[in-house]
Design a protein around this ligand. Structure first.
Ligand code: AMP
Ligand code: MG
Length: 396
């Protein structure tokens, strides 16, 4: 038995349980940017690997350098990549550069701006500082966990992988997600448009959303509203998941619905959500299918608030699927009985606070309003938001 009229959280859970966990692959770092780590990553080395200098200057004994000015004898140098092999004794110093090892005997650095150097005589105008030594392992130690399973490899994290001594990383493979548009009226953009026909906009919107989510979109040929054609397209090899658009509500030609109910297995149909209520989830010949409603706004919202969080949960991503903020409503946002409403809106920073205003796309076919929206205002069932109140907002 499938579930019907369920809350979004339950729908996310069911969809997550329906999606296949992707296999993992080992990639060189340059191919791993933006990917999700499949295992925790431990440091292989200490960082820094030795006590080194944070400054260009001289290294000396702290006890020699607190009463300034003081003149010390220059006995050598330590460069990054080639340290000083001797010992720094009382009354002595060596030239040192950023990242160069601090030699035995030295425990403070005086930066070059505070020095007068004449031959082998170095005068310190200000005291040397022990804080300008970066201690071995002060960033991380060998064996320490630097990154968690589920961490997305941002630029800084990719850099950290390298710094921890990893040349390759184990990440999740990208799920291959098919995009299938249904509807006899739907035609490819650029073709002449007869009255009543609609250009297939969902296909490209969903394509871009999948790329954003780090998955691999696969554009399938359009299916007219005939089960046989849909089946042909579904046979396309190698998909992990199928996203359909259109054909899931109460009409006579809603073939995705008919296909899943007739020959597949429905997991849920209809979510307490506006827009996007008719969303449908199931399996067809083992292939997980999420049926998005045809209206462009509904399709986008269901992708954003249902599909995306399910994928995050599947991969155990450590970052949240949305940036949630509170913003002052510039106008009222209405509530829908028994459904959580997601109204497209514009989020701006004005008068020292975040403000959110209606996205001017009241109907769910209004793509232009959607295209200029950058946020969704969340309105809980029956809890309308008045102008001037604080609203919960997903910042897209
Ligand atoms: P349906 O969910 O099939 O009842 O479609 C609802 C509305 O969305 C209808 O007005 C369709 O013409 C429109 N629609 C369906 N699929 C698409 C699509 N791929 N691109 C743009 N509009 C669509
Ligand atoms: Mg249709």
């Amino acid at each position: 038995m499938h579930r019907q009229h369920i809350d979004l959280d339950e729908a996310i859970q069911i969809l997550k349980d329906t999606l296949p966990l992707p296999e993992t692959e080992i990639l060189p770092l340059e191919q791993a940017a933006g990917r999700v780590l499949a295992v925790p990553l431990l440091a292989r080395v200490d960082h820094p690997s030795v006590d080194d200098s944070a400054m260009d200057g001289i290294a000396c004994k702290l006890s020699d350098s607190q009463r300034t000015p003081v003149t010390l004898k220059l006995v050598g140098e330590s460069r990054a990549g080639e340290g000083f092999s001797g010992v720094v004794n009382t009354g002595e110093c060596i030239r040192i550069y950023t990242g160069a090892p601090v030699p035995e005997g030295a425990d403070a650095i005086c930066k070059v701006e505070d020095l007068q150097i004449e031959g082998d005589q170095v005068t310190l105008l200000h005291p040397a500082r022990s804080q300008d030594i970066r201690h071995r392992g002060s960033d991380f130690r060998a064996g320490q966990e630097g990154l968690q399973k589920g961490d997305v490899l941002s630029p800084a994290r990719l850099a950290l992988c390298a710094s921890m001594g990893h040349r390759t990383v184990e990440v999740f493979k990208k799920l291959r997600v098919g995009i299938l548009s249904t509807g006899d009226e739907i035609i490819e953009a650029g073709e002449p448009l007869a009255p009543g026909q609609v250009y297939d906009s969902n296909k490209y919107g969903i394509y871009a959303q999948l790329l954003d989510l780090g998955l691999e979109p696969v554009l399938l040929p359009h299916a007219a509203d005939h089960p046989e054609k849909v089946k042909e397209n579904l046979k396309e090899a190698g998909l992990d998941v199928l996203l359909t658009s259109g054909g899931v509500s109460m009409g006579n030609y809603d073939i995705v619905r008919d296909l899943l109910f007739g020959e597949g297995e429905v997991r849920f149909w209809k979510v307490n959500l506006r827009p996007g209520g008719p969303a449908l989830c199931g399996l067809w010949e083992g292939l997980p299918v999420l049926g998005l409603p045809g209206n462009p706004v509904s399709a986008l919202v269901v992708f954003e608030v249902l599909f995306k969080p399910a994928v995050f949960a599947l991969l155990e991503r450590t970052d949240p699927p949305h940036r949630k903020v509170r913003a002052r409503a510039s106008n009222p946002f209405k509530a829908v009985p028994k459904k959580t409403a997601y109204w497209r809106a514009k989020l701006v920073f004005e008068d020292g606070e975040l403000q959110v205003q209606d996205g001017n796309a009241p109907l769910s076919n209004m793509l232009r309003g959607l295209a200029h929206a950058n946020a969704l205002v969340v309105v809980q069932p029956g809890e309308a938001i008045e102008a001037g109140e604080l609203a919960e907002v997903l910042w897209l």
